[in-house]
Design a protein around this ligand. Structure first.
Ligand code: PLP
Length: 222
């Protein structure tokens, strides 16, 4: 069994343990910083959903791959600067990191000009860490409502990266609560070390990098 097939089998088991179909969990293969040949191998094995965290790095890599594979589903999971909104909209099907008014306004203007929109998730700084991106959990409901009603943005879910040095479960639960009380279907949480637990707490999109592709080269790590 390939590594990718093993991860998919683990996802299916974790989902079935919650009486959910395996297809209710979308696996984003996080390809940031990984060598091109590892990503090409995953594409050859049929995987089509990928996560990247830098717009420019993703452009260089995915524009050529898209010529070979028309059905690639690309997700931005890293911070988005307002001056990168245009290239981000050119490239990504889904953006997981909507977290502030200025970005919401810029996205709304650009989406209106184009008449097409990516799916959007609101990133929540679920552990309230000073260095981390994301809207404060206490402000999440108001921000989600503003994104939908003021900016008319297609928000489909929430995303978070729990603190690295704490058990993730309370944070998974808190993020899922925000999704449920705002009527949002998609919950993006869980990485290589904890995706099964994230699925147990309701994750619908998991972001798995090193468990699929191997450790990232620290010299290029982000
Ligand atoms: C890098 C990254 C991941 C994947 O991390 P792994 O531990 O390699 O699975 C998931 N989410 C985000 C936002 C990331 O930046």
């Amino acid at each position: 069994m390939t590594v990718l097939a093993e991860i998919k089998a683990r996802i299916a088991r974790a989902a079935e343990a919650e009486n959910r179909p395996a297809e209710s969990v979308k696996l984003l293969a996080v390809s940031k910083v990984q060598p091109r040949d590892r990503v090409a191998a995953a594409l050859e094995q049929g995987h089509r959903i990928y996560g990247e965290n830098r717009v420019q790095e993703a452009q260089g890599r995915w524009e050529p791959f898209r010529k070979a594979y028309a059905d690639i589903d690309l997700h931005l999971i890293g911070p988005l600067q307002t001056n990168k909104v245009k290239p981000a909209l050119d490239l990504f099907n889904t953006i997981h990191t909507l977290d502030r008014d200025r970005l919401a306004r810029k996205l709304a203007d650009e989406i209106q000009a184009r008449g097409v929109a990516p799916d959007l998730l609101v990133q929540v700084n679920i552990g309230q860490e000073a260095q981390k991106a994301g809207i404060d959990p206490a402000k999440a409901d108001v921000f989600i409502a503003a994104c939908r009603n003021e900016y008319d943005l297609p928000v489909i879910g929430v995303m978070a990266i729990p603190p690295f040095d704490e058990p993730p479960e309370p944070h998974f639960k808190a993020l899922a609560d925000i999704a449920y009380r705002n009527g949002l279907d998609e919950i993006s949480m869980g990485m290589s070390a904890d995706f099964e637990s994230a699925i147990a707490h309701g994750a619908t999109m998991i972001r798995v990098g090193s468990a699929i592709f191997g450790a990232r080269d620290p010299s290029g790590a982000v």
